[in-house]
Design a binder for this molecule. Structure first.
Ligand SMILES: [Fe+2]
Length: 206
C-alpha cells in the first residue's frame, strides 16, 4: 500500500483506462473520484479533533474496540471504505501475471488443490454475497489461507486477518459495464490481478 502511515487521498497507481477492457475507464474514474473520495472525506471528518488524527487508517481499523462510540460506525464505514479501496487499487494492475507464482502459488495449491479450484471458490464467495461487500483472500489467525466475505465496508483487518487479495463486489464497482452480471465481472478480475503485490503481502506476513 502506498500510504501505510499517513492518511491522504492518493492518485491511482495507473491511468483510469489502464485496466480496459476488463474494468472500464468510466467505472474506475467514478469509483476513485466519487465513491472512494467520499469515504475518505467522511473518514477525515469523523476523526477530526480526536486523538485518532495522528494514527494511520490501518492502525485505527485494527482495533475497533477502542474507538469512541459516537464515531465508531462512521469510522467502520468510511475508514473501511477508504482503506479497502486503497488496498483494492494496489491489488489491480494493467500488467498482471494472470496467475500467482512462487510462495503464494504453492500455498494456494496446498490450500485449494489448484489455482483453478481457488478461482472457483473465490467466485462462489463473490456470487453468494448478498448485497454489498468484499471478498478477500486472507491469512487467517492460524496462518492458513482462507476466502472470506465482509459486508458493506467492513474490513478484513478489523477481524484480525491479513489480507492478500480483495475484490470489491459493490455494484458501483461493476454496474456501468457489467450491469447485473457479477459473474462476468469476477471472471474479468483475474485478468488484472496484481499477483506481485499479492506475493509481496503474503511474504510480508511471515
Ligand atoms: Fe468500491
Amino acid at each position: 500500500m502506498s500510504e501505510n502511515n499517513i492518511n491522504q487521498f492518493a492518485s491511482l497507481p495507473y491511468e483510469y483506462d489502464a485496466l480496459e477492457p476488463f474494468i472500464d475507464k468510466e467505472t474506475m474514474s467514478v469509483h476513485h473520484t466519487k465513491h472512494h473520495r467520499a469515504y475518505y472525506d467522511k473518514f477525515i471528518k469523523a476523526i477530526e479533533g480526536t486523538s485518532l488524527e495522528n494514527m494511520s487508517v490501518i492502525d485505527i481499523l485494527k482495533d475497533l474496540s477502542v474507538l469512541p462510540e459516537d464515531k465508531k460506525q462512521a469510522i467502520i464505514n468510511n475508514g473501511g471504505g477508504y482503506f479497502n479501496h486503497n488496498f483494492f487499487w494496489d491489488i489491480l494492475s494493467p500488467t498482471s501475471n494472470k496467475a500467482p507464482f512462487e510462495a503464494l502459488e504453492k500455498e494456494i495449491v496446498t490450500s485449494f488443490e489448484s489455482f483453478e479450484n481457488f478461482k472457483e471458490k473465490f467466485k462462489e464467495k463473490a456470487l453468494t454475497l448478498f448485497g454489498s461487500g468484499w471478498v478477500w483472500l486472507v491469512l487467517n489467525k492460524e496462518g492458513k489461507l482462507e476466502i472470506i466475505q465482509t459486508r458493506n465496508q467492513d474490513s478484513a483487518i478489523s477481524l484480525g486477518l491479513k489480507p492478500i487479495l480483495a475484490l470489491d463486489v459493490w455494484e458501483h464497482a461493476y454496474y456501468l459495464k457489467y450491469q447485473n452480471k457479477r459473474a462476468e465481472y469476477v471472471d474479468a478480475f483475474w485478468n488484472v490481478v496484481n499477483w506481485k503485490q499479492a506475493e509481496f503481502l503474503f511474504n510480508s506476513y511471515k
